[in-house]
Design a protein around this ligand. Structure first.
Ligand SMILES: CC(C)(COP(=O)(O)OP(=O)(O)OC[C@H]1O[C@@H](n2cnc3c(N)ncnc32)[C@H](O)[C@@H]1OP(=O)(O)O)[C@@H](O)C(=O)NCCC(=O)NCCS
Length: 153
């Protein structure tokens, strides 16, 4: 456990295993406008720079955070929390856990792309000190722009 703040009783954060794929994909489909495929998650298991951290509330998968750590830069690839468990601090705990673990390695900066309309996610990242560093026009398949957000560590 790398979180600087202890998790509530009954909660845990574990790295995704092969046997978790179907459950993770189900949560993804309940959360995202253009969900990753199950194969996208399977590919993360074979990617040496990738980690998918799963947040468990007792036996219930309530969230996940996919990151890549490349040459000191943490790239947030995907994040989703079960709709019924939002605004309970789950995403914040996952982010805190992964940032604390990455600091033990060689973390210097964090980087992500987010839909310009995604106010909850932008508010979450701003709370963690991220700032907007530019836009990618029509980045998403439906034509929406991506906001690039970064945080220096
Ligand atoms: C964005 C998302 C991951 C946030 O997860 P969450 O577990 O609900 O977030 P938390 O409870 O940890 O929120 C932490 C802080 O982020 C901000 N925040 C989160 N959701 C918010 C919302 N709907 N409106 C405003 N601020 C919000 C708040 O500052 C919040 O602190 P507070 O509750 O004390 O005010 C979640 O809404 C989600 O899964 N959305 C769909 C998938 C998605 O958009 N992923 C991000 C892709 S980049």
């Amino acid at each position: 456990m790398n979180s600087s703040t202890p998790l509530p009783d009954g909660d845990s954060i574990e790295q995704m295993q092969q046997g978790d794929l179907a459950l993770v994909h189900q949560l993804e489909c309940a959360s995202q406008q253009e969900p990753w495929s199950l194969q996208n998650f399977a590919d993360e298991l074979n990617n040496p720079v990738a980690t998918v951290d799963l947040y468990w509330h007792h036996d219930q998968l309530t969230g996940f955070l996919c990151t890549w750590l490349v040459a000191g830069e943490l790239q947030i690839q995907n994040l989703a929390i079960l709709p019924a468990m939002r605004r309970c601090g789950v995403a914040a705990r996952l982010l805190e856990h992964v940032i604390a673990r990455s600091k033990i390695a060689d973390l210097t900066s964090i980087w992500l792309e987010v839909r310009v309309s995604n106010r909850p996610a932008i508010a979450l990242y701003e709370r963690f000190g991220f700032s907007a560093g530019g836009k990618r026009s029509a980045y998403y398949p439906d034509g929406e722009d991506a906001l690039i957000m970064t945080s220096q560590q």
